[in-house]
Design a protein around this ligand. Structure first.
Ligand SMILES: CC(C)(COP(=O)(O)OP(=O)(O)OC[C@H]1O[C@@H](n2cnc3c(N)ncnc32)[C@H](O)[C@@H]1OP(=O)(O)O)[C@@H](O)C(=O)NCCC(=O)NCCS
Length: 355
């Protein structure tokens, strides 16, 4: 969700910052290679939170080595604070960790166990990606990867729900346009909308954080965010299709010749079960039993979303999802990505039975 700093979303901002919804946040700027470094960051944020009346959630989001994760697993008290833990590289040497602490009173809307059990199973895919897109096109909608000319329509759906201003939408729109002229591997932001005539009906965006690892290597963490479908059009698989299109754009830009992919992830509002749209686009919840311990893969009371559900205007819990290598290999092959992008750009879809 959008934050109070003058940036597009929270993803690109590294270091310590005080954020919207009474949070203090540390977004790691480099690989964490020592356990002490991790616990020091956590301790320091917790202390800042404890000494402030205003702050009620502290969050450390870093990428750490496998050795640091192994050590963390042994420290039972510290481990309990881990909300998300997932490998971000194919060799599983680097792991994304979200370690957080909420003050008493900032409690989940539903019990953690309920949320975990309700997100354990999903219905099988009953349509392929091409069919999903074809359905949406067949209903008379179009797709767009640009905002220019539609800023006010986007404000109608992002303004109230996520707190965007018109100026911030114009900034994003300009940034998207500027990035049309840079090398695709340097892109930092993507956008996907389903449109009906002059109106944006559903929209989502993604932003990249490039994290240096060792020996000149880096990991691209891409957060897919700001998912919103107009109320009257919910449940028609518009968000699912918008996310498929968004993933295809990102993979087309950032995947390299040897099949190495960015790490695409999202934090899904449990109240609206946006994890279901995520599932439809190939996202999965990372394993909850990892290195012999349980990790909920749920961010507790992270931010508020004005989603029209109860509790009104309240904070929400978020299920963490990502696009693992299995999904990219099976669902987003290079041919399929190209096919989807050609189809949405050309606004027609030739169904090919071998997809
Ligand atoms: C979450 C949201 C974006 C979903 O958009 P959508 O266009 O209705 O999503 P889709 O139609 O693609 O839904 C896909 C799946 O989710 C299911 N679904 C949608 N809303 C649901 C709900 N409230 N409860 C349970 N399932 C739901 C659909 O039945 C569908 O399931 P299926 O694929 O098994 O048939 C929309 O509800 C919304 O804008 N909510 C308010 C803002 C918000 O919470 N955004 C998410 C921020 S992370």
């Amino acid at each position: 969700m959008k934050d109070i700093e003058p940036i597009v979303t929270s993803t690109g901002e590294v270091g310590v910052s005080q954020r919207s919804f009474n949070r203090i946040y540390y977004n790691g700027e480099r690989l964490v290679e020592s356990y002490d470094q991790l616990t020091d960051s956590y301790q320091s944020l917790s202390e800042q939170m404890d000494s402030s009346q205003e702050i009620s959630r502290s969050v450390v989001r870093v990428v750490a080595t496998k050795d640091v994760v192994r050590e963390t697993v042994l420290d039972i008290d510290f481990f309990k604070q881990i909300e998300v833990l997932v490998p971000v590289s194919c060799d599983k040497n680097e792991w994304l960790m979200v370690v957080a602490k909420n003050k008493p009173g900032r409690d989940t809307n539903r019990s953690l166990l309920t949320m975990v059990s309700e997100t354990e199973e999903y219905t099988d895919f009953n349509k392929t990606f091409p069919q999903r897109l074809r359905d949406v096109l067949g209903q008379g909608f179009n797709f767009s990867s640009e905002i220019a000319g539609f800023e006010e329509s986007l404000l109608e759906i992002w303004g109230e729900t996520f707190g965007w201003s018109l100026m911030e939408i114009y900034n994003l729109s300009h940034r998207l346009r500027r990035e049309r002229f840079i090398k695709k591997e340097d892109k930092t932001v993507w956008f996907s909308a389903v449109k009906s005539g002059e109106d944006i009906i559903a929209a989502a965006m993604a932003e990249r954080l490039r994290l240096p690892i060792k020996h000149g290597r880096y990991i691209d963490l891409v957060e897919s965010t700001e998912w919103k479908t107009r109320k009257a059009s919910e449940g028609r698989h518009l968000m699912t299709a918008a996310l498929i299109n968004l993933n295809c754009q990102i993979l087309s830009d950032l995947s390299d010749e040897i099949g190495s992919n960015p790490f695409i992830f999202a934090e899904c509002n449990f109240t609206t079960r946006s994890d279901r749209a995520a599932h439809g686009a190939g996202f999965v919840i990372p394993k909850r039993l990892t290195m012999g311990v349980f990790v909920p893969q749920i961010l507790k009371q992270n931010v508020a979303v004005v989603d029209g559900r109860e509790p009104k205007d309240g904070l929400r819990d978020f299920t963490f999802v990502c696009l693992p290598k299995d999904s990219t290999d099976n669902l987003y092959s290079r041919d399929r990505v190209d096919e989807v992008l050609r189809a949405v750009e050309g606004k027609t879809y030739e169904y090919s039975s071998n997809l």
